[in-house]
Design a protein around this ligand. Sequence first.
Ligand code: SAT
Ligand code: MN
Length: 601
Amino acid sequence: MNAISHDVSKPVIAAGSDGSRLAALNAWVAEVAALTKPDAIHWCDGSDAENAKLIAQMERDGTLVKLNQQTHPGSYLHRSHPDDVARVEHLTFVCTTNQDDAGPNNHWMSPADGHDKMDALFDGCMKGRTMYVIPYCMGPIESPLSRCGVEITDSPYVVANMRIMTRMGAPALARIERESKFVRGLHSIGELDPERRFIMHFPEELTIKSFGSGYGGNALLGKKCHALRIASHQARSEGWLAEHMLILGLENPQGETHYIAAAFPSACGKTNLAMLIPPEGYRAQGWKVWTVGDDICWMRPGADGRLYAINPEAGFFGVAPGTSDKSNPNALASIQMNTIFTNVGVTADNQPWWEGLDNGQQPVTDWRGNAFDAAKGPAAHPNSRFTVSAKQCPTYSPEAENPAGVPISAIVFGGRRPSLVPLVFEARDWTHGVLVGAAMGSETTAAATGAVGVMRRDPMAMKPFCGYNFADYFNHWLSFDKAGAKLPKIFHVNWFRKGDDGSFLWPGFGENLRVLEWMIQRVKGEAGSVETPIGHLPADGELNLEGVALGEEGRAKLFGFDRAGWQAEFASIGEYLDEYGPRMPQALKDEQQRIAKALQD
Ligand code: SAT
Ligand code: MN
């Protein structure tokens, strides 16, 4: 297929045999063009030539700044509007016919009001601009687990990012033509006015409308809007799960690989865990970690009863600050070329820079483009990001392209919990595991606008991303436990437990492998545990701590169980479940009560 750019007076037709199977797409594009009134329409084919043209255009108009091409070939910096640097949960809506279907976990508007509000914003908003039509596929093109979408946007920065983050262009359009089903995403940067910014979802219509932001999860509609909010809704009706989880493969010295899916809220280290490099001793023995995905996981039961997962994305939109040769050498190696950096600082010789890069260089320009002045804040925005193809990651798993997905042995939940929660525990069974996920709490991060460091419940790290009522979502999770199912074991981890002096007790990063090793030993029935009301904790000596310097406080808090603290936590979990009223599954309430009672005994 050739890219088609044309003026809007000509008919709007995508390439395709006779166009009949693309009739719905063509009609929608024509309808959007009539509303938004662009000067031109461009159908994206995803080719190198198309990308080069867009990059050159963005360099000319200042959307992208070329970085040092000797050190970072093919890499660019984008500075977003200073008021447009993170997701906006307070402006994100789920528009369902019945408000209860969106649930207390979402902001709601009726579909009619949502469309009215958005269409008024979109009216004429692309005058003087080009409208880009981006056909994309979430997941390997040939996978039955993948789903397609089309994003219409007036932002070439979005096109360039979607090209990295999804399978975009001609092959996706061909699949859409075969299936004639796709998620519709309409996006405009508008005037980047925070007062005229909304991210609106219509799950019943598989439609997204996003206006007024050019940033990440607000604008790259394949990501959080499609692959989580809309997909979670689709997954519920089709019998699968769309989750905010990384996927990694853990290969042991015998050459056996187990796949683990892990849910952590945004900016809590999913990318670091997915690309983990084992500690020295483990490497020498032959342990390896393979990266399948760092943010989103779609999984469904296979014929053998196990859950099979794909990463619907094709790239990483990772947090830059804190990424270093020490914390995540694989991420650093991935972003040496062909990378779009957003809101990082720049050195005197035009290399990207962020806090925690620790490479001996210094920034001269901050993320706003001003001369760097430490007194005025960090050089890189705390939520600054890199966008890079997964294929550039040294540990990218070939299995990530397997249309069948990878079988999941363990599911992990975790958040930032400075107190109470031990390093790791295992849920007793699936129902208990669903409660562990539902009760997840974490401190907020810079990935969304608002206060940072505030404790909140973030069930399964899906608080900002579940496209329907959490009570129904937990029920959907429970429904996987049926005859013939061979479900993964469920664990909870906390890398962020702090000591009395406020410092982290667990070294984290590569050392987290020790915890993953214990999990897989548990899956295989090879490691011992201590049973407590909150689940199984590693028995003394069963989790390998050789070479880890842990003081007495570390050992006590990372592996201990604080009964009084958990009694209070379970009272709070009970109150949280009650917020969902009668829709909350009784099985989950019973489980909460069973544990609350065990904690009293
Ligand atoms: O901006 S995104 O929502 O894509 C990143 C994140 O918050 O996880
Ligand atoms: Mn995320």
